[in-house]
Design a protein around this ligand. Structure first.
Ligand SMILES: Nc1ncnc2c1ncn2[C@@H]1O[C@H](COP(=O)(O)OP(=O)(O)OP(=O)(O)O)[C@@H](O)[C@H]1O
Ligand SMILES: [Mg+2]
Length: 254
């Protein structure tokens, strides 16, 4: 069984079909790429899979459970986390506070606190703080841990966004353009961090426009165009597929 299985997923906005029956699967343990021209529906797909936008039809099986139409809260608790194309957050909070905030909402936590009272809560706080430090160290943000998030560079904000997802110990993360607008050095750095995730038991599905980055990190690569999956394969396979070239060039140019 695949970790994520999507079948016949559909979503329209104002009568316009943006997802027109999306089918694909993501196997556990690797980094899968999701590419396609602007407007193909990639971000919309992430919005639907993460529960932000309900689908009009189709199925999203995650870890054997149907998630179509479930709330983001239920989906993230099941171990499916996403990041945003444009980093979101609370400008006044420090890096550390950001990480603590997103590590909090673990399953069973309220029950534990209710039963064992403040001691368990304090222990949990210490545990979370250690995890936040470890996450910051892993992402090489530890020297900046007390800085406000606004003081971070664009690339460091992207890393913090990834850290936020990691704090919840996900099984699968959906990363929407994790290196968009980032300089090449930091892009390499982010790539190296992402390559570590499968080793930590985290499967990755990522959207990116930079083909060098996709080639270096992702296998397989899924190609979306006009709200459907066009093809999938290794980077070289999809690169040499004439339908993919046509999708990027636009039908008239092909
Ligand atoms: N909430 C919404 N309301 C109306 N239209 C929407 C909404 N969300 C997405 N769309 C439309 O869906 C289409 C696909 O957009 P989407 O953001 O999913 O593309 P994308 O593949 O992520 O593109 P890019 O590579 O440029 O980020 C676009 O035409 C967009 O305008
Ligand atoms: Mg997008």
């Amino acid at each position: 069984m695949s970790l994520l299985e999507i079948n016949g997923l559909r979503r329209s906005f104002y009568g316009l079909e943006v997802l027109r029956g999306v089918d694909f699967a993501v196997e556990a343990g690797g980094i899968t790429g999701l590419i396609g021209p602007n407007g193909a529906g990639k971000t919309t797909l992430f919005n639907v899979v993460s529960g932000l936008v309900p689908p009009n039809g189709g199925s999203i099986l995650f870890d054997g459970r149907e998630m179509a139409g479930k709330s983001p809260d239920v989906i993230s608790r099941a171990g499916l986390l996403r990041t945003f194309q444009v980093a979101r957050g609370f400008p006044k909070l420090s890096v550390f506070q950001h990480l603590m905030l997103y590590g909090r909402d673990q399953p069973g936590e309220n029950l534990l606190t209710a039963i064992f009272g403040s001691r368990a809560a304090r222990e949990r706080e210490v545990e979370l703080a250690e995890k936040a430090l470890e996450t910051a160290r892993f992402l090489r943000l530890d020297k900046l841990i007390d800085n406000p998030a606004t003081a971070l560079s664009g690339g460091q904000k992207k890393l913090l966004e990834i850290g936020r997802a990691l704090m919840a110990e996900p099984k699968l993360v959906l990363l929407d353009e994790p290196t968009a607008g980032v300089n090449p050095t930091l892009q390499n750095e982010i790539g190296e961090r992402l390559l570590e995730l499968p080793k930590r038991g985290i499967t990755v599905l990522l959207i990116e426009h930079d083909m060098g980055f996709i080639a270096h990190l992702c296998d397989p690569v899924i190609v979306m165009a006009e709200g459907q999956v066009l093809t999938q394969g290794t980077f070289d396979q999809v690169r040499n597929d004439h339908r993919v070239r046509e999708a990027y060039l636009g039908k008239r140019a092909a």
